[in-house]
Design a protein around this ligand. Structure first.
Ligand code: ADP
Ligand code: GLC
Length: 495
């Protein structure tokens, strides 16, 4: 395959700034594309939390002018660094007014009132930066609503720009729930002309919907798992855009995310008490003991320990868990939860921990080291999501021999195979109904296998630990899709 110029724009990138899986993907995919020989570059905002010294960021000469419609011209500084462990350039768009704040999108759960301007600015800055660098992308890969304006800009403001003469666009949808819906005045900042404020492009119920605009204008859309790519075409998972997505299904793909095994593997994980692997599992017991100690739970090797890590958002099935918890607390199990988000959930699970100190422990907050330690020390990992575009934690869990208990939706369904006790095949336990009974029934099943069919459970661990979801394979899927986008653009130019 010819070397491609790829510009990946994202609102969060590991290790610089992260709120969820989008950051994992935008930190890992570019490295894999680079390994395949492409000239890939990443652009993200320079949030206040990003330490310039720590990452050795260098200020590029000259500022970047970003036309912001009725707000006039805004000016950005640009810093340059690399994705650690690679030579992939990362450009950071700096603007004190927009990004010089504590949170990425919100402060204490309250979304910033100017998120429309912040990410329209960022999207435009990506375009202006490419021009400044004389970087002519074959493909710009946008991600979620924050950078969804890019395909719109490319087809409007920059339609006749020499720099983008051969540029196509891919929009990855990591989560359709969040669409970037704003007061229609944002059109005057986007400044692509009010003619694009219509029900077939950027308008929805008299408001601007940035993701919708991106879906319409991108050359292709990717929905991070095959199952999710199907689900978003339905009323249940479509968040109001299912009809549009159905209409655009000819350009809809479902390339599954990969995992960065340099980061998430018990054989090399620097955060865990003792390394282990499929042929040397004693370290896992050490990790379990350590986890029980750290969370002040009784240290017992025989009790099944269930881990949970994730944003405490409705998406993650936290209400199902809250309803099932009384049932679960009747079992001889331990649960360790790490997460932050919905205030009701933070206080509810803290209260459960106070009520059942021998069985339930939690840490409310964001801690990467703890996320690794929970993956390593738990016997099982619970993800009862209502919807899950891909989900990464269940894939990390597989590698750590921590058997996933998941609801069969989106990427969870695609990545986990149900246990079959006759053949001792499968990699986890799945349930289908979004009910507390299905959740607790499936936990009971898993606990029963752990307690009464330990050989079967051990085999599940072996099956799980041998599975691989390498980024390089996923990157080959993207490579093919980029090539397809480019070919499509060329054909369109000749017709
Ligand atoms: P989503 O992107 O919907 O949040 P994913 O499963 O794709 O879900 O990715 C979540 C990522 O964020 C994982 O890498 C997970 O370990 C991490 N994560 C989520 N919440 C926390 C937390 N409270 N502390 C540490 N890491 C977290
Ligand atoms: C989103 C989804 C999650 C997915 C991640 C990375 O935040 O909620 O399922 O794994 O993006 O694609």
């Amino acid at each position: 395959m010819n070397k491609l110029n790829i510009l990946l724009a994202a609102s969060e990138v590991v290790p610089f700034a992260k709120s969820g899986g989008l950051a994992d993907v935008s930190g890992a995919l570019p490295k894999a594309l680079r390994a395949l020989g492409h000239d890939v570059r990443v652009v993200m905002p320079r949030y206040y939390v990003i330490d310039k010294e720590k990452y050795g960021l260098k200020l590029l000469e000259g500022s970047l002018g970003v036309p912001m419609g009725i707000m006039g011209e805004a000016w950005a500084g640009v810093y340059e660094g690399v994705l650690p462990g690679s030579d992939v350039p990362v450009y950071f768009i700096e603007h004190e007014g927009f990004f010089g704040r504590k949170g990425l999108y919100d402060e204490d759960g309250e979304g910033f009132g100017d998120n429309d301007n912040r990410f329209i600015f960022f999207s435009k800055a990506v375009m202006q930066l490419a021009k400044k660098l004389h970087f002519k992308p074959d493909v710009i890969h946008a991600n979620d609503w924050h950078t969804a304006p890019i395909p719109v800009l490319l087809n409007t403001t920059y339609a006749h720009d020499e720099n983008f003469k051969n540029t196509g666009t891919l929009l990855s949808i990591h989560n359709l729930e969040h669409q970037g819906k704003f007061y229609k005045g944002a059109m005057d900042v986007l400044d692509v002309g009010w003619s694009h404020f219509n029900a077939n492009e950027l308008e929805e119920h008299d408001a601007v919907n940035l993701l919708k605009g991106g879906i319409v204008h991108a050359d292709a859309i990717n929905a991070v798992s095959k199952k999710y790519a199907q689900e978003i075409r339905t009323l249940e998972f479509g968040w109001g855009l299912n009809n549009l997505i159905n209409e655009k299904s000819y350009k809809l793909y479902g390339i599954l995310n990969g995992v960065d095994y340099d980061e998430w593997s018990p054989a090399v994980d620097g955060f865990i008490a003792q390394a282990f692997d499929v042929d040397a599992m004693s370290g896992k017991e050490v990790c379990k003991t350590q986890l029980q100690k750290d969370f002040h739970l009784p240290v017992r090797a025989d009790v099944p320990l269930i881990g949970l890590v994730g944003r405490l958002a409705e998406q993650k099935g936290i209400r199902l868990l809250a309803s099932a918890i009384w049932d679960l607390m009747d079992l001889d199990i331990q649960i360790v939860l790490l997460g932050a988000g919905e205030k009701w959930a933070e206080s509810f699970f803290s209260e459960i921990a106070a009520k059942f100190p021998e069985k339930f422990a939690c840490y409310i907050g964001y801690r990467n080291d703890l996320a690794h330690q929970i993956e390593a020390g738990s016997d099982m990992f619970l993800m009862p999501s209502l919807f899950e575009p891909c989900g990464l934690n269940q894939i990390y869990s597989l590698r750590y021999g921590t058997i996933p208990i998941v609801r069969a939706t989106g990427g969870l369904d695609d990545t986990i195979q149900n246990y079959d006790n006759i053949h001792r095949s499968g990699t986890g336990f799945k349930f289908y109904d979004a009910t507390p009974e299905a959740l607790s029934g499936t936990v009971k099943w898993a606990v029963d296998v752990y307690t009464h069919d330990y050989e079967g459970f051990k085999q599940l661990q072996v099956n799980a630990m041998q599975k691989r979801f390498d980024w390089i394979e996923a990157a080959k899927g993207y490579e093919e899709l980029y090539a397809h986008i480019i070919a499509g653009r060329k054909n369109a130019m000749h017709t």
